[in-house]
Design a protein around this ligand. Structure first.
Ligand code: HMG
Ligand code: MG
Length: 306
């Protein structure tokens, strides 16, 4: 492989700020503010947005208003709304709320999984019996997350073969895509290449996505490795908002502005207007009441020509 030999003409960006971004906020964010953020993200051209979590409100109070978010959102043909969903109760809520897609989530690390969903990995896969197939039967698409692939805040390095086994199971059950999570942002490019070498030897590239937290500033470097190796879907969060409440040290996600700036600057189409995305980042910052970490956001760069 030599650098930038096989860049695509376009990629798909999957926006997670309304869910992964806001789930970690200490102060409750008003439902209308979430809706305002989502509408601004849609205005920027984003077409795949994770808007809510139908998890236990006792575990993640910030996401308790998922139904209300869905009810208040305007109709936007061509935009696909996704919600996290851990069990049958979550799926019932998701169906009633009218999302197009649900996302199941599980960790490659037993300890993180237990802290996140109070179940072993095996029990979590069993609980997905209530979600994946029934969702597919109801006409919903199902995405799968495998977390802590690059490392776990409790166990350290994780054998990527454990994550690969889980990914196979999720695909066999009916997930259309697996998003591989660097949940705490520890990954480096050589490690990313090693992980993707393993996954791509068994799973087609279009069934994989990267979900990179940017705790240590390595997310974009890992995106470049993914791009070069054939990955065409990247998760990101406007302004770099984000973190997992059950993964200490999980700082922001890769900032969508940084991703769009880099990709578009390399001639890879994202379908996103950077200036409008920058404005969505301003809204996100006003909502959480502090400066967000995304580099393009902080630099105030609103277009490729600035
Ligand atoms: P539990 O306490 O073991 O389960 O939680 P339970 O079945 O005993 O339920 C406890 C209570 O929650 C009951 O209510 C249930 O009805 C209720 P009670 O009878 O006590 O009043 N409940 C629900 N309520 C609403 N919606 C539901 C639901 N399910 C149960 N769907 C459970 C197990 C999985 C529910 C809990 O651990 C949970 O909700 N965990 C979610 C944790 C979470 O959302 N973490 C953050 C997302 S993951 C992430 O950020 C990583 C990711 O970004 C990728 C990456 O970065 O790697 C995706
Ligand atoms: Mg995450």
């Amino acid at each position: 492989m030599s650098l930038f030999d096989s860049l695509p003409s376009e990629v798909s960006i999957y926006e997670v700020s309304p869910r992964d971004g806001l789930q970690n906020e200490a102060a409750q964010v008003a439902t209308h503010a979430k809706v305002r953020l989502i509408e601004a993200l849609i205005m920027s051209g984003l077409k795949r947005i994770e808007i809510a979590s139908f998890v236990s409100p006792r575990w993640v109070p910030q996401m308790a208003d998922g139904e209300e978010v869905c009810r208040m959102l305007g109709k936007h043909p061509g935009v696909q709304y996704t919600a996290l969903c851990p069990n049958g109760k979550g799926l019932e809520r998701a169906i009633r709320a009218g999302v197009h897609e649900v996302a199941v989530f599980i960790s490659a690390s037993e300890t993180h999984n237990k802290k996140n969903v109070n179940k072993t990995v095996a029990e979590t896969l069993a609980a997905f019996d209530e979600v994946i197939e029934p969702a597919v039967q109801r006409g919903l698409r199902v995405r799968g997350y495998v977390s802590t692939v690059w490392g776990c805040p409790y166990e350290g390095e994780i054998d990527p073969r454990a994550a690969l086994r889980i990914a196979h199971t999720l695909l066999e059950r009916g997930c259309y895509q697996i998003s591989l999570g660097d949940t705490i942002g520890v990954g480096t490019p050589v490690q990313t290449k090693r992980i993707l070498d393993l996954f791509l030897s068994e799973i087609p590239q279009e069934k994989l996505a990267l979900h990179l937290h940017d705790t240590r500033g390595t997310a974009l470097a890992n995106v470049l490795v993914g791009l070069e190796m054939g990955i065409r879907t990247f998760d990101a969060s406007v302004g770099g908002l984000g973190g997992c409440p059950y993964a200490p040290g999980a700082a922001g996600n890769l900032a969508t502005e940084d991703l769009v700036y880099t990709l578009e600057g390399m001639g890879i189409k994202t379908g996103i207007d950077l200036e409008k995305l920058w404005m969505a980042g301003q809204i996100a910052e006003a909502i959480v009441g502090r400066e967000l970490p995304g580099k393009v956001h902080r630099a105030g760069v609103r277009s490729l020509r600035c």
